[in-house]
Design a protein around this ligand. Structure first.
Ligand code: UT7
Length: 321
């Protein structure tokens, strides 16, 4: 028997306001055609006043709990991945805890930008296996619209707001199920390729996102292919056995190039970047929830989750859903 972290339920949340490429093209020097051709993005959701990383996270978490049929007071651990917290401190995870009416549990944020959900999943998986809790909410939630430079057409068209969540239960089982392996990486030498030009300890401001897109793109394909190969070697699965790849949704061309490099069937890759754009730490759990709810991802399916982002950070997980 081994103790495994099993996904009991998934949920997601998007701000109601949907902004199309055409709407952006009215305000900045861009076109629908350029954005679609270079990124695959057609629209993104943008948070309104009062909608925050914590409110979106809470909505996604509630849906994950409902899907699982588990009451909030069972949750012993909340790990929230975000680069856009409501406050510098306390952790937005504690706001989610309060909103869910949980009096006492472990709650903290993880900052690994677009790889945040993979980092949060790995931390939660190991804490559940270590006996720290029996149920864990793992959430990715972002309001990147608040850190975009809306005059920089090279970045502002690429991102959107949203949240995704999963409820994990620690189960003693002999079956191959739940989180089978996670692998994480970081290389801080590339800070200057994707970063925010502010911070509590430096400028005393929140700052705006800055990115050298071409260089990030090049690193993304190499790093994602490497970590996918690495994590599959840990579990001993072949690429052909994967039912669904649930990737970080940065750019359709990155998804295609990574799938090609690994010989993965492109029809087995969940794509939401067209409708959500890049929602950073939210993108993997959002895509997972979409594909669970539309019936593509079924119980027993072998999933590979992967992401790459600022830091650089990158990681992957193999999950039997
Ligand atoms: O989630 C974290 C990970 N992030 C990523 O993975 C992002 C990775 N990078 C990318 O997705 C792509 O590099 C971008 C989508 C950001 C850019 O695509 P690209 O094919 O690398 O374009 P580029 O940056 O080389 O720009 C090509 C041209 C430039 O014009 P010139 O210099 O050729 O005259 C840009 O000024 O496109 C221009 N451009 C735009 N034109 C219309 C840049 N942004 C826009 C825009 N609309 N929004």
């Amino acid at each position: 028997m081994s103790r495994r972290s099993v996904i009991l339920g998934t949920g997601s949340a998007l701000p109601p306001r949907r902004v199309t490429n055409a709407e952006l093209a009215e305000r900045i020097d861009t076109t629908h055609e350029w954005i679609v051709e270079r990124t695959g993005i057609e629209a993104r959701h943008i948070a309104a006043d009062g909608e925050t990383t914590a409110t979106l996270a809470t909505e996604a978490a509630r849906k994950a709990l409902d899907a699982a049929g588990v009451a909030p007071d069972k949750v012993g651990l909340i790990v929230l991945a975000t680069a856009t917290p409501d406050q510098t401190f306390p952790a937005s995870a504690t706001r989610v805890q309060t909103a869910l009416g949980i009096d006492d549990c472990i709650a903290f944020d993880v900052a690994a930008v677009c790889t945040g959900f993979l980092y949060a999943l790995s931390v939660a998986d190991n804490m559940l296996k270590g006996g720290m809790a029996d149920y864990a909410l793992v959430i990715g939630s972002e309001t990147f619209s608040r850190i975009l430079d809306w005059d920089d057409r090279a970045t502002c068209v690429l991102f959107g707001d949203g949240a995704g969540a999963i409820l994990l239960e620690a189960q003693e089982t002999e079956e191959e199920k739940g989180v089978l392996a996670t692998r994480l990486h970081a290389d801080g030498r590339h800070n200057d390729l994707l970063y925010v030009d502010g911070g509590a300890s430096t400028t005393g401001t929140v700052g705006k996102l800055r990115m050298k897109g071409k260089e990030v793109f090049r690193h993304a394909v190499v790093n994602l292919a490497a970590v996918l190969t690495e994590v599959l070697a840990v579990t001993g699965h072949r690429a052909g056995e994967i039912d669904w790849v649930v990737p970080h949704q940065a750019n359709k061309r990155i998804l295609d190039a990574t799938a090609k490099k690994l010989g993965l069937d492109p029809n087995r890759v969940i794509v939401t970047v067209d409708q959500h754009a890049n929602t950073s730490a939210a993108s993997v759990p959002l895509a997972l929830d979409v594909a669970v709810r539309d019936g593509r991802i079924k119980r027993g399916n072998l999933l590979v989750l992967e992401a790459m982002g600022g830091g650089f950070t990158w990681g992957a997980a193999v999950v039997r859903y």
